[in-house]
Design a protein around this ligand. Structure first.
Ligand code: ZN
Ligand code: ZN
Length: 192
């Protein structure tokens, strides 16, 4: 029997965390910080289709640097996303900030199925983020049905020991493409 990740009380997951301070990643004074080349609307503002278009064009057509998450401030995990056939949203795989075009931001829940097929990514188990009203989903790797309540794990942004804190910050797009290429689950991505 596999171990169950620590569960978090629902009330802790249901609200946005106040932005934390990253004290674990040392960025040298000479490191180039991310250029504000990708416009990102404030998280409290309305997220429109034209915002999504602008963020996507800057990142994927113009090759701009991956933007910082408006919630946690991390780069490499956040950006505009598209899911076939026509779902447009943006999300952060570090803190769980998620926002559909035309909708208010949501706090997504991090899950790990712990099955033998579950992928590794950047020195940690991959996280499958789900909307707060999701009760279960088919595991994309072993295809068993995953009960969200039994597979919730810690939000990396709230877990100072999480290995994803070591992902370098403020780098350009080609740096992150090379980084994410190291794991099968993230190969081909610009942002995790
Ligand atoms: Zn974030
Ligand atoms: Zn599975």
């Amino acid at each position: 029997m596999s171990e169950t990740p620590p569960r978090r009380p629902a009330h802790e997951l249901a609200r946005f965390k106040v932005r934390g301070t990253d004290t674990t990643t040392k960025i040298s004074p000479n490191a180039r910080l991310a250029r504000p080349s990708v416009p990102v609307t404030a998280r409290s503002g309305e997220y429109t289709r034209s915002d999504w278009d602008a963020e996507s064009f800057a990142l994927f057509a113009e090759g701009g640097d991956p933007p910082a998450c408006p919630e946690c401030g991390r780069t490499a995990f956040f950006g505009p996303r598209f899911v076939e056939p026509n779902r447009r949203h943006r999300g952060c795989r570090f803190c769980g900030f998620w926002q559909e075009v035309g909708a208010a931001p949501e706090q997504y829940l991090p899950t790990i199925h712990n099955c033998s097929e579950w992928p590794e990514c950047s020195r940690s188990q991959y996280i499958w983020w789900v909307s707060p009203d999701t009760e279960s989903y088919p595991c994309p790797y072993c295809h068993d049905e995953v009960a969200v309540a039994l597979c919730i794990t810690a939000v990396p942004n709230e877990d100072p020991s999480h290995p994803w804190w070591k992902v370098p910050q403020g780098r350009n797009q080609s740096f992150y493409q090379r980084l994410w290429k190291n794991w099968e689950v993230s190969a081909g991505r610009t942002i995790l």
